[in-house]
Write a protein that binds this ligand. Structure first.
Ligand SMILES: Nc1ncnc2c1ncn2[C@@H]1O[C@H](COP(=O)(O)OP(=O)(O)OP(=O)(O)O)[C@@H](O)[C@H]1O
Ligand SMILES: [Mg+2]
Length: 253
């Protein structure tokens, strides 16, 4: 690790300088935080699982033409990504009422929404990532109207993809958050999905039992977080090889 220059250390990940210009190495830590880092713990194995799961979702998105920063996984905890200029907004897509939306609007958790609802939160830890409107975003220059249109289109495509992938393994995608960044190619600017897509940034409920398989397990002390993430990874068939059970020995002729 010492061989690389550290660019940024956040709550869940570390960014290092990448091997080529325009690239970064994203390292997934085991730290779990909630409520603007008031609650903190180390959950052994979480970083490994999130590295794998984010690889899985971003690879799938790339394959269906939704551009992401993901280039390739390097090892258990690290992935090579394209360096972007992060738009300082968290883009949240909700299919079912939960969390802050339920609290703020008095809608019971679990209520299906008539259509996916997109919300923007201004990324500022000191302010507690406040909800903002498109008016604020444009007036303060965080993104243009064109950027906003592109962000909504990207977010809805991610929602359709993730909902389908999850539904196939018996999991309901309640909501999720993405971060979006700018890259320049020649004189053109494009928006691509960045950061991570993992159970840290989604709400995932088992379709039969309603069991929570996401970071709410940590936020609400519902059990072992790594077990919940392992279950998601197991269902999706993306468990890292050292966690899967050994297969039966096979005879080699
Ligand atoms: N492709 C990328 N290029 C540049 N920065 C990125 C890229 N993907 C993610 N980031 C940024 O890297 C950081 C990842 O670290 P982490 O998620 O731990 O941060 P954090 O503690 O959530 O803090 P914050 O998101 O408020 O900066 C975030 O700041 C994220 O916005
Ligand atoms: Mg983050």
């Amino acid at each position: 690790m010492a061989r690389r220059k550290k660019i940024y250390e956040g709550k869940a990940k570390v960014l290092y300088e990448g091997p080529e210009p325009g690239t970064l190495v994203q390292y997934f830590k085991d730290d779990a935080t909630a409520f603007n880092a008031e609650k903190h713990d180390v959950v052994e194995g979480k970083g490994v699982l999130n590295n794998r799961l984010s690889e899985f979702f971003m690879t799938g998105l790339n394959a269906i033409g939704v551009p992401t920063h993901f280039i390739k996984r390097i090892n258990m905890r690290e992935q090579l990504i394209r360096s972007v200029e992060i738009i300082p907004l968290e883009v949240v897509v909700r299919n079912v009422a939960a969390g802050s939306m339920s609290k703020r609007l008095g809608i019971e958790e679990g209520t299906a929404l008539p259509r996916p609802i997109i919300e923007f939160y201004y990324k500022d830890d000191a302010l507690g990532d406040p909800l903002v409107t498109e008016e604020h975003i444009i007036a303060f220059g965080w993104a243009s109207q064109q950027d906003l249109d592109d962000m909504v289109a990207l977010a809805l495509r991610v929602n359709d993809f993730l909902s389908g992938v999850m539904m196939a393994v018996g999991i309901k995608l309640v909501d999720f958050k993405i971060e979006i960044g700018r890259i320049w190619e020649n004189d053109f600017m494009r928006l691509i999905v960045a950061d991570e897509i993992s159970p840290d940034s989604c709400r995932l409920w088992d379709m039969k039992t309603g069991q929570k398989l996401d970071k709410d397990v940590f936020r609400r002390d519902l059990g072992n977080l790594a077990d919940a993430y392992t279950e998601v990874a197991r269902r999706l068939g993306v468990l890292p090889s050292n966690v899967t059970h050994a297969t039966k020995p096979t005879l080699i002729n």
